[in-house]
Design a protein around this ligand. Structure first.
Ligand SMILES: Cc1cc2nc3c(=O)[nH]c(=O)nc-3n(C[C@H](O)[C@H](O)[C@H](O)COP(=O)(O)O)c2cc1C
Length: 217
């Protein structure tokens, strides 16, 4: 199926939802990486995520989708039209229906609240609805939860979602690549998400690959 944007020269759209778990940087960096890979990116940011972003970063993002689009385009170096933002109850957005939804959606970071809503099919806002659509259409759905410790409720929801075909990719960076900055830790997780999406990147070498990109002997 030809999706909006592909006829403008972008690779297929990927939906990115940022919710109110700690680790907004993961989601913002993911948008940048998808833009670098020439993908069209459809963005939704939950109300709680705006508060987390203002707390964790030096940037307060505007809530109005048109303004948010402008800021994200500038911040990520996107071409105008490459990023589209949708509001909390924008039920006419393509992500709200199986006929318009992107082939992949990433909720990054994913709060336990949104995790629970997705696991139970609540669909009370556009992020939850888009994830529900991804599940019913058997599209790729990746959730990046961040919470610790995890309760039985969280774990049961994660198990149910995994069984439904979603990928649970916890925001739990490794340290074997000897990170020297927070960016290195953020890129570790974003690289894992891109691997799941099958998108080539140079954020960090894959296991068994040397940092110059060649395979180990
Ligand atoms: C600064 C800040 C940090 C938070 N960190 C987390 C977190 O790491 N994990 C989580 O599940 N919720 C966290 N929360 C709570 C969620 O934001 C809250 O449950 C909210 O209702 C989630 O709504 P959403 O899923 O619509 O974004 C945090 C809230 C704030 C303000």
């Amino acid at each position: 199926m030809v999706k909006a944007g592909m006829d403008e020269g972008f690779n297929e759209p990927i939906t990115v939802a940022i919710t109110g778990a700690s680790g907004a940087q993961y989601g913002l960096r993911l948008i940048e990486a998808l833009v670098s890979a020439n993908h069209e990116v459809w963005v939704m940011i939950s109300k709680a995520a705006y508060l987390v972003i203002a707390t964790e970063t030096e940037q307060a993002l505007p809530a109005r989708p048109e303004r948010l689009e402008e800021v994200l385009v500038e911040r990520s170096g996107a071409v105008p039209g490459q990023i589209r933002c949708f509001g909390r109850e924008d039920w006419m957005a393509p992500v709200a229906s199986g006929s318009g939804a992107a082939s992949a959606m990433v909720i990054c970071p994913c709060s336990t609240g949104t995790l629970s809503a997705v696991a139970t099919g609540a669909s009370n806002n556009l992020i939850e609805r888009a994830a529900d659509v991804a599940l019913k259409e058997r599209r790729r759905l990746i959730l990046v939860p961040r919470e610790t410790p995890l309760s039985a409720i969280h774990l049961e929801h994660m198990l149910n979602l995994t069984r439904l075909g979603a990928v649970i990719l916890p925001a739990a960076p490794g340290f074997y690549h000897q990170p020297v900055s927070i960016d290195d830790l953020v890129d570790f997780i974003v690289a894992r998400i891109l691997n799941q999406l099958g998108i080539a990147h140079r954020l960090m070498p894959r296991w068994g690959e040397r940092s110059d990109g060649r395979e180990n002997a």
